[in-house]
Ligand binder design. Structure first.
Ligand SMILES: [Zn+2]
Length: 97
């Protein structure tokens, strides 16, 4: 079981959290004008790297706050934790491909 260091509560067992998936997913600024490829990438395509991955985690059975974890997907080693994931909703960007 992972021990996840919540930036607000300290280290806690994995069962207190829910993974919110890949961090840094940006919603196209204008979905009506973006390409099908850009919209598909936004909705479905994720990087799934073998190595360091930035993920959003929610401390659902604790402080109920979102944060970002950099985790190595092979060793499950947590390399960094940031409270920059406070914004629960995806950010829009002008680069909608
Ligand atoms: Zn917490």
């Amino acid at each position: 079981m992972l021990e996840i260091p919540c930036p607000f509560c300290g280290p806690r067992p994995e069962v207190e959290f829910r993974c919110g998936g890949e961090a840094d997913i940006r919603r196209p600024a204008d979905p009506d004008r973006c390409s099908d490829r850009a919209w598909t990438d936004y909705l479905w395509n994720r990087t799934n790297p073998k190595g360091v991955h930035r993920e959003r985690w929610w401390h659902v059975h604790g402080c109920r706050r979102w944060f970002v974890v950099s985790r190595h997907t092979v060793s499950d080693t947590i390399l960094a934790v940031s409270d920059s994931g406070q914004t629960a909703q995806p950010q829009e960007t002008a680069a909608d491909g």
